[in-house]
Design a protein around this ligand. Structure first.
Ligand SMILES: [Cu+2]
Length: 309
């Protein structure tokens, strides 16, 4: 789990790309062996020897010219046909309505499920065995969506939706990254694809749709008050409160997610406290201000966010 490898494809799309790489690798290997072998043979067999006369002087041969033009042409045509086939298998046409709309932001990913209304960040759930049509968008600059074990790469372009399929043969968790340099924290724009059984996926969607519980009293209630008093609502949404902004990640079910800050740290209570104390220290340049909260305030906010299961 959670490694970025092209050598262990887990979907029909990724397997098609893997097989193309293997087959063309074999073709290139054979070409290398034949060419290098002929050079070595010529060097050994026909090298200059003491007392030898000048070799036969040939000027051009039509047959040889035709053969060495035709063979590369055939190789190129074969590679073209193999690639064409792979493109069809790894990137079938898009349906009219996507299952997931994924938006690249500096430096995190938003995932919306238009059919159910789920909105989440950096943790994309899919039912295993089902191809999911994904529409890719960008909120700011060029990013590139890549889950090495499941899909091809695809750029997210401002004002130009792109399409990709994502599916997984088996339940499992896969690492995804941004693979197009997009600014300071490009390296920390990771995400997880969590493939589940259809039942688990349905349960996840149902849980994600539930609004956040409003804590009645105690530290968590004070945390919610802090959230509402400060400018957090200008950027974040928490379903069930007045916060509905889409500049930063949706926090309604923040505590159910495994990673924080698009993978810069694991989502643990300790890391959440560090993030709330000063996000800039964990992810320098991040598009969230440092509020200089006191330790008591950080505790209250953290207590509230831990309730957002
Ligand atoms: Cu990037």
């Amino acid at each position: 789990m959670k490694s970025l490898t092209v050598l262990d494809p887990q979907s029909p799309e990724a397997r098609a790309i893997y097989h193309l790489a293997i087959v063309s690798g074999i073709i290139f290997g054979l070409i290398f062996i034949i060419v290098a072998g002929m050079i070595v043979f010529a060097l050994m067999r026909y090298r200059w020897r003491e007392g030898a006369a000048d070799p036969n002087q040939l000027a051009g041969s039509k047959t040889v010219e035709i053969v060495w033009t035709l063979i590369p042409c055939l190789i190129v045509v074969a590679l073209f046909l193999l690639t064409w086939q792979t493109m069809g298998a790894s990137d079938p046409p898009a349906p009219a309505t996507p299952d997931i709309v994924i938006t690249g932001h500096q430096w995190w990913w938003e995932a919306r499920y238009p059919k159910s209304g789920v909105v989440t960040a950096n943790e994309i759930h899919i039912p295993a065995g089902t191809p999911m049509a994904v529409q890719l968008e960008s909120a700011d600059v060029l990013h590139e969506f890549w889950v090495a074990q499941l899909t091809r790469k695809m750029a997210t372009v401002p004002d130009h939706p792109n399409h990709i399929w994502i599916q997984s043969d088996q339940p499992g968790t896969y690492l995804g990254v941004c693979s197009e340099f997009c600014g300071t924290q490009h390296a920390w724009m990771h995400f997880l694809v969590v493939a589940e059984t259809p039942e688990q996926f349905a349960a996840w969607e149902k849980a994600q749709l539930a609004p956040a519980k409003i804590p009645a009293s105690g530290s968590a209630a004070q945390g919610l008050a802090l959230f509402q008093e400060h400018s957090c609502m200008n950027c974040h949404a928490i379903n069930g409160t007045a916060a509905a902004a889409r500049i930063g990640p949706d926090l309604t079910h923040f505590a159910s997610r495994k990673i924080l800050g698009a993978g810069v740290v694991e989502n643990t209570p300790a890391n959440l406290r560090r993030w709330l104390t000063d996000p800039q220290q964990i992810k320098p340049g991040v598009k969230m201000p440092d509020y200089k909260f006191s330790e008591a305030q950080v505790s209250q906010l953290a207590d509230y966010f831990e309730t957002l299961q």
